[in-house]
Design a protein around this ligand. Structure first.
Ligand code: ADP
Ligand code: MG
Length: 405
């Protein structure tokens, strides 16, 4: 399906109004002194610059739209103002902020745009119709542009008005970021260099069990770390002490272990752990040689022998996919496992793809974010894509609704 993703190369944008859906859902900084709200991390804005520059250089009149947080109706605290200001700084060009998402005044502003100029709509989630994919909101958005480009891979797993509905109303295409995300993840699924090694960790086991199951089919080796290892260790009959290990995840883990036994994919779990006394994550760590966690202790990181083993597998891989930290890396004493994996990912000659909010954050905190083949910007969207689920926002860009020329 994604092979037929339409790209902006197929759109004749010169002099036309292009509605560009980007993912500008950035963290904000609200000064206590009451000064203006600022963008705390502009990574997502920078990620859209390539598409913005391309479209502007080709004479498009840009109408930008994104969500920011989860307002329930218009809310000045979640205005796009700081994003528009930051984008203006990054592009060195003015970014006009519309007073609303839609309406006659906004349509008039869009019509007054000259080639290369930018108008940013207010937070799309000011409109309750956005998440409902309301046809009326779709129609109102369609009045603001002649063409539609979606670069918001991170929200492509949601069928919202600005991510899905609108793609059926205007000639549409994927932006550069969307194109790269889809082709990179597609390559992992369809033509990874072998061995394909998947490192999976983090805390959201329920959300990730589908991905674990898919990688049992796709990968040559699966290495499990983070809190994700405890349901598996519990399912094997080990003691997990006070480690994070919901009962329902143990049932899922049992199912996965049964599938793993019949699969050609090797399945590795930690062989040692770093522990802290229950409820005292800040306390100094104790390394456990083995995986029988005593009562009153929590496993908060993989141990040094496990780290070395996973790092060795990464070094010998053809392709590496990594999602989910190996431990509570936010605490220095439990960052060693995550750092070892991050350093191995940075050093391996393999193609490397790293995804997940905290995983990318970890890579960045170690200063290694530039040493990865591809940092995926989508959390849930990345995982759903790899699970083999169809992403509505991507799928809508593969259907030729109206001729673009
Ligand atoms: P991502 O955002 O990369 O997909 P998750 O959201 O699934 O990853 O999980 C990230 C969080 O998991 C981190 O904040 C980290 O502190 C936590 N974590 C990892 N291992 C453990 C553990 N053993 N016990 C508790 N929390 C853990
Ligand atoms: Mg997360």
């Amino acid at each position: 399906m994604a092979d037929s993703l339409r790209t902006i190369d197929e759109l004749d944008v010169e002099g036309r109004r292009v509605l560009l859906r980007a993912d500008f859902n950035v963290p904000l900084h609200r000064p206590r002194s009451g000064g203006p709200i600022e963008v705390a991390d502009d990574t997502r804005i920078r990620a859209a610059l390539e598409t913005i520059a391309d479209l502007r250089a080709r004479g498009a009149r840009l109408v930008l739209v994104s969500h920011l947080g989860r307002p329930k109706g218009p809310d000045p605290a979640l205005s796009m103002r700081p994003v528009a200001d930051r984008l203006a700084e990054l592009t060195g060009a003015p970014v006009l902020l519309a007073p609303a998402v839609t309406g006659p005044e906004v349509v008039a502003l869009s019509e007054r745009l000259a080639s290369g100029e930018m108008l940013m709509l207010e937070n799309i989630r000011y409109e309750p119709g956005e998440t409902r994919n309301d046809p009326e909101l779709v129609s109102a958005l369609a009045e603001l542009a002649d063409l539609y480009v979606n670069d918001a891979f991170g929200t492509a797993h949601r069928a919202h008005a600005s991510t899905e509905g609108i793609a059926h109303r205007l000639p549409s295409a994927a932006g550069r970021l969307m194109e790269r995300e889809v082709s990179t993840l597609q390559a992992i699924v369809e033509r990874a260099d072998r061995p394909l090694v998947a490192i999976l960790g983090g805390a959201k086991v329920t959300d990730k069990i589908g991905v674990v199951e898919r990688f049992l089919e796709l990968a040559d080796l699966l290495c499990i770390g983070g809190a994700m290892c405890f349901p598996f260790l519990a399912a094997q009959g080990h003691r997990v002490g006070a480690s994070l290990c919901p009962e329902e995840d143990v049932a899922s883990a049992r199912r996965v272990l049964a599938a793993a036994a019949g699969s050609s994919c090797r399945f590795e779990l930690p062989i040692d752990l770093s522990l802290a006394p229950e409820g005292q994550d800040e306390a100094s760590r104790r390394v456990l040689d083995g995986v029988e966690v005593p009562d009153g202790w929590s496993g908060l990181d993989i141990g040094p022998r496990t780290s070395a083993r996973y790092a060795g597998e990464i070094a010998a891989a053809g392709t590496v996919f990594w999602n989910g930290p190996m431990g509570r890396f936010e605490l220095e004493q439990f960052a060693a496992g995550t750092r070892a994996v991050a350093e191995a990912v940075a050093a391996t000659p393999a193609r490397t793809v790293v995804g997940g909010g905290e995983t990318v954050e970890a890579m960045r905190s170690f200063g290694l974010e530039d040493r990865v083949t591809h940092l995926s910007t989508g959390g849930g969207a990345t995982l759903e894509f790899l699970e083999g689920r169809e992403l509505p926002g991507v799928h809508a860009l593969t259907i030729t609704a109206v001729s673009a020329r």
